[in-house]
Design a protein around this ligand. Structure first.
Ligand code: NAD
Length: 386
């Protein structure tokens, strides 16, 4: 019988790796689940709910993971947690595989197998396991909600007897998963929404959400997508043309949400100080790329910066601010990933190491890093798979 353990996360992480709903499903699939007491509290899941779902509650993280074949975490845990696990057991979470490579190696050396959910191949079969999508979607939503709460004006147009309140203008830069949800949320709140991206496929998606697409659509733009559906680094010439177009557009925007990322690279700088200065006081920028350096020149990761009346939100971990939904979706991603690896007859863990999903996400086994991209990323400061 497969044993699954879930420790508590660190103080900055309100999400948790399993929810009572997913515990119930895993127990039904034959698993024995142990959760560290109070680990779900910040996502509003109580020990009683976990017990009702069929989990046991452990007093310490060590007790939660000691007998587990699989440990689910949200973030990369400290090495001590891996040391408390059985040799050869699997640790599955968002392990941030391209940063602090030394820390990752130390974790690998404990002999625990490591799986980084961020590296899930973006193929149809793995859509339900795609943590980048499930979490970015909530980040896009929260960015708009935060911006509208901080914006000292209304978003929708209102026609009143005392006159008309104009609709706010929201510009979304980067129309991937987070950006598309930001567009949809801003549209629902009644804003006039425009968006940009360097991938041609984004144009139709932006327009289908009722927003206007703004981009330099030259020959380079038409080729600007990798086979995996990600953005490519653009030429200096393209960047200059696009920056001119964006500079003209940004002047008249009230809220700018930036989400632009290129796998394995620092976030592209899209909003210069001069552009920020061209915006009206009271305007707001929410920089969802803050974790990777930010898309705006004045972003302070983890903080709110203010420049000439324009506020730039650089908060980290926006999905963690919607922890109930973020944990629910994340836990379903984990459940979807592990269930096919539970043997139907014996109910034991049976990882198929040749399976495309295991190959893509496994980063360490038997004490060594086994993923070429991760091993080669020793000097990289952060990024995602392409
Ligand atoms: P991401 O987080 O890597 O980047 C966010 C967006 O920023 C992307 O749309 C990217 O094109 C854009 N961007 C990069 N540089 C830019 C620049 N200079 N200016 C403007 N925009 C820029 O992307 P993501 O949200 O992970 O999504 C990337 C693609 O993958 C999307 O097409 C998405 O639909 C697709 N996807 C596929 C699957 C699947 O098949 N399982 C799952 C999720 C996402």
């Amino acid at each position: 019988m497969i044993a699954i353990g879930v420790p508590a996360e660190g103080p900055d992480e309100p999400r948790i790796g399993l929810t009572p709903e997913t515990v119930k499903k895993l127990v039904k699939a034959g698993a024995k689940v142990t959760i560290r007491s109070d680990a779900g509290l910040r996502s509003h899941f109580s020990d009683e709910q976990y017990e009702e779902a069929g989990a046991s509650i452990a007093k310490s993280d060590k007790d939660a993971v000691a007998d587990a074949d699989v440990v689910f975490t949200v973030r990369r845990p400290p090495v001590d947690l891996a040391k408390a696990m059985k040799k050869g057991a699997s640790l599955i979470g968002m392990l941030d595989p391209f940063s602090d490579t030394d820390g990752l190696e130390a974790l690998a050396k404990t002999g625990v197998s490591l799986f980084a959910m961020e590296l899930m191949p973006r193929i149809t079969r793995a859509q339900s396991m795609d943590v980048l999508s499930s979490q970015s979607n909530l980040a896009g939503y929260k960015a708009v909600v935060d911006a509208s709460a901080a914006f000292e004006r209304a978003l929708p147009m209102m026609m009143t007897a005392a006159g008309t309140v104009p609709a706010a203008r929201v510009f979304v830069m980067g129309a991937g998963v987070a950006g598309l949800q930001a567009i949809a949320t801003a549209r629902r709140l009644g804003a006039i929404v425009t968006a940009t991206d360097v991938r041609p496929a984004a144009k139709e998606q932006v327009e289908s959400l009722g927003a206007k697409f703004i981009a330099v659509e030259d020959e380079e733009f038409k080729q600007a997508e990798t086979a995996g559906g990600y953005a490519k680094e653009m030429s200096d010439d393209y960047k200059k043309k696009q920056a001119e177009l964006v500079a003209e557009h940004v002047k008249n925007q009230d809220i700018v949400i930036t989400t632009a990322l290129i796998p394995g690279r620092p976030a592209p700088k899209l909003i210069s100080k001069a552009m920020i200065e061209s915006m009206r006081p009271g305007s707001i920028i929410v920089d969802l790329a803050a974790e990777r350096g930010g898309n705006a020149e004045l972003t302070e990761p983890g903080d709110i910066a203010e420049h000439k009346g324009v506020r730039i939100f650089g908060q980290l971990n926006l999905p963690g601010q919607v922890p109930v939904n973020a944990s629910s979706l994340y836990a379903r991603n984990l459940q979807a990933f592990i269930e096919p690896f539970i043997d139907k007859e014996t109910k034991e863990l049976a990882i198929d190491w040749d399976d495309e999903l295991a190959v893509g996400t496994a980063i360490a086994r038997d004490g060594a890093i086994v993923n070429d991209r991760v091993a080669g990323g020793k000097t990289s400061s952060g990024g995602k798979a392409s």
